[in-house]
Design a protein around this ligand. Structure first.
Ligand SMILES: Cc1cc2nc3c(=O)[nH]c(=O)nc-3n(C[C@H](O)[C@H](O)[C@H](O)COP(=O)(O)O)c2cc1C
Length: 369
């Protein structure tokens, strides 16, 4: 029987967490629609200020303004669970986290780096512990152990849940290209090995730590199998791109529908990690070593050496979000080629539930969807 997801005092009716997708792919439109279906809607904070007119001159201020705006818009459209995804790799991580906390979002997911040292806005005594849930995203059991040990030793607290992401995900990946193939890096294996690591901390703190599994979870069958392996919920990004409510341009969604499995490839991103994308002329040019013009007045990523990079990842992603594929490309998960039509988030949830139920019935399990 499928269980709802509980993260502290948050009760999430359908254990689906929508992946935060930047730049400007998951904003208030998609996040609120997912929250309205009983899942967790996530706004992606990376480069969010690019939607603001003064971004080039005031990127930090624009990011804060846009994030606050999108959180408020999502709240106005939904009473459900709304969160924010903030990459540790962005240079204004602390500023964006502060906005998310001030706006009392339900959840902050922190990926693209190990969130060991907690920023002052969380450790400050005035912070009301428990209001916002903090969830690191990792790609190995070892990384989960390091974070839990560090938080426990240093702050006598632990994360509210953990996201484990396997190598089939869209966007930046926490694996080298070679290691993606290793059996121990399959999502199933990662889920089981991370659960083993969490055991000590569940006992020490006397509570369950939900594990949210993502990366290549596209169908209700995928969901059924990973929950069966021990995950408490799934994180899905790619599946939600081809919805009416996804905040990207129609041509971005159409690009998913038109792609085949052969078009989905890996690149070396200026973030310093591999990224999974849908190939196009832009991608072929950078894979052939072509240099794209880079004008960087703000250095949005801590890890980006903008004088040496081949292209600006923020610009390329934002261009694609707006349908400009001459100067950009889409991030996409390994299963993006399964997208066949653009439908509503409500219909997407219904399809996933139906697919899930078919598996549950065929294994004689009972579903409560
Ligand atoms: C178009 C796209 C953009 C993404 N952007 C981000 C991002 O800005 N930050 C981040 O931490 N993860 C990002 N991701 C990863 C998602 O949050 C999620 O973890 C992933 O999509 C799950 O795997 P799936 O795509 O196979 O469902 C992105 C994924 C996609 C497909």
């Amino acid at each position: 029987m499928i269980k709802n997801l509980k993260i502290g005092d948050l009760n999430i009716e359908v254990p689906i967490v929508q992946g935060g997708m930047g730049v400007a792919i998951s904003l208030s439109g998609l996040a609120s629609a997912v929250a309205n279906e009983g899942g967790v809607g996530i706004i992606s904070a990376v480069g969010i200020g690019m939607t603001e007119p003064g971004y080039r001159k005031h990127f930090r201020e624009s990011n804060k303004i846009a994030l606050r705006k999108e959180i408020r818009k999502a709240r106005a459209k939904s009473d459900g669970v709304i969160g924010v995804n903030i990459m540790l790799a962005v240079s204004d991580f602390d500023d964006l986290l502060k906005v998310a906390i001030e706006e009392k979002v339900d959840i902050v997911i922190m990926g693209a780096g190990l969130p060991l040292k907690l920023p002052a806005c969380i450790t400050d005594p005035s912070y009301e512990e428990g209001t916002t849930k903090f969830i690191p995203k990792v790609s190995s059991a070892k990384a989960a152990r390091l974070i839990f040990q560090y938080w426990s030793n240093k702050y006598d607290r632990i994360p509210d849940a953990i996201v484990v992401e396997g190598p089939l995900a869209g966007g930046h990946l926490g694996f080298s290209k070679d290691s993606m193939q290793y059996p121990e890096n399959s999502l199933q294996f990662l889920v089981k090995s991370t659960i083993n690591e969490l055991d000590t901390f569940e006992q020490k703190y006397g509570r369950e730590i939900p594990l949210i599994a993502g990366g290549g979870i596209y169908t209700g069958k995928d969901m059924f199998e990973i929950l069966d392996a021990g995950a408490s919920a799934v994180k899905m990004g790619t599946r939600f791109v081809t919805t009416h409510e996804c905040d990207a341009a129609l041509s971005f969604k159409q690009n998913y529908i038109n792609c085949s499995s052969d078009d989905i490839t890996l690149i070396d991103s200026p973030v310093g990690l591999p990224g999974r994308v849908i190939s196009n002329d832009f991608i072929k040019a950078i894979q052939n070593g072509k240099q794209k013009p880079v004008k960087c007045p703000w250095k949005c990523l801590k890890t980006c050496n903008y004088r040496d990079v081949q292209f600006c990842i923020a610009e390329a992603l934002f261009n694609a979000a707006n349908g400009n594929f001459e100067n950009g490309f889409s991030f996409a998960g390994a299963k993006a080629y399964l997208a066949k039509e653009i439908i509503s988030v409500k219909e997407t949830f219904q399809q996933i539930k139906n697919e899930y139920n078919q598996c549950a019935y065929s294994t004689e399990a009972v579903s409560c969807f």
